[in-house]
Write a protein of this length. Structure first.
Length: 319
């Protein structure tokens, strides 16, 4: 039988595993190098790791997670900001590499990757999985101003410059691709040569179609969609940007907007990759999910309906 002291120790150990250990430069390094196979979570509590333009900010084992860090000015041949592991609620800023300036082979949840550069390809991400992330303002001298070989869930992609923004992606789910992915200041290809699924996405920028592309329940802008598709299921092509029902920040303007609550039936998605939107907010309201990366916030409507402030709402609550 366990005594009270043992029960308390087990509870404290469980709490430590849940919340992680605090970042200590003397233990974890600066730059951070933690390549153990053990499950490790390190909470930076707002700490900044600055590579100074000379070193990668973090090199991580597959089971190592960094939370609440800013990784900036990292530099490496591949993965200038971070290589491997997982980032949660981190910012990767101003990092550079030949390939994958921001992150390579990393899982990112609720992160921002901005102002990163690649001398060749993948200014922000290479072979990563990103959920609820903002990928904005990155630059590649050649191709993939945003990402290559990546899977994106509920991500916002805009203002990335390169021969294209994304190429050979693993898949895009509930993402919003803005109108300002450019090359030399002019609108350019947002997505090129992509055979994996595009599901529940809003493409306000140019998409280069091909006979291997598969789109499901997506919205496109007329005149920005050359080429053909292998699959074009339940998709619409809008006449103007205004038809998307989005504000200048690409968030839904109204509860009856054309993208709101449209991920139903065969297009409904659940699971770990569909828990947060690109604002780190709730991904399901009103018993459905919205097309694009931002979820319309129904709490003010619920509050008005019942006369009290609603701080949280179960995804199954409906009007």
């Amino acid at each position: 039988m366990k005594n009270a002291k043992m029960v308390l120790m087990m509870a404290l150990m469980a709490a430590g595993a849940a919340f992680g250990e605090a970042y200590d430069p003397a233990v974890h390094g600066n730059p951070i190098v933690v390549t153990t196979d053990e499950v490790v979570t390190i909470d930076g509590n707002g700490a900044t790791i600055d590579g100074g333009g000379e070193a990668r900010c973090a090199t991580l084992g597959a089971n190592v997670t960094l939370k609440n860090f800013t990784l900036k000015n990292g530099f490496a041949g591949c993965g200038g900001g971070v290589l491997g592991g997982r980032l949660e609620r981190c910012a990767v800023i101003g990092c550079a590499a030949m390939m994958a300036g921001g992150a390579y082979g990393t899982a990112l949840d609720g992160c921002t990757v901005s102002d990163c550069q690649a001398s060749e390809s993948g200014a922000a991400l290479g072979n990563c999985t990103a959920t609820g992330c903002r990928i904005v303002g990155n630059f590649a001298n050649q191709r993939n101003g945003a990402a290559y070989g990546a899977a994106l869930y509920s991500c916002f992609v805009d203002r990335n410059e390169g021969n294209n923004a994304m190429q050979n992606m693993v898949g895009l789910y509930n993402c919003t691709v803005g109108a300002n992915n450019t090359r030399n200041g002019s609108a350019h290809i947002a997505l090129y040569n992509h055979g994996e699924p595009l599901v529940n996405c809003a493409f306000v920028g140019w998409v280069y179609g091909s006979d291997v592309m598969n789109a499901y329940n997506c919205k496109f802008l007329k005149g920005q969609l050359p080429g053909t598709y292998k699959t074009f299921e339940n998709c619409e092509v809008y006449e103007s940007v205004a038809d998307f029902g989005l504000g200048s920040d690409y968030r839904p303007l109204a509860s009856d907007g054309p993208l709101v609550d449209k991920c139903i039936g065969d297009y409904a998605r659940t699971g770990a990759n569909f828990e947060i939107d690109a604002d780190n907010g709730q991904r399901h309201y009103n018993a459905a999910m919205d097309i694009g990366c931002y979820e319309y916030d129904w709490r003010p409507i619920y509050s008005a309906a019942i006369g009290v402030t609603v701080a949280e709402a179960s995804p199954g609550v409906t009007t």
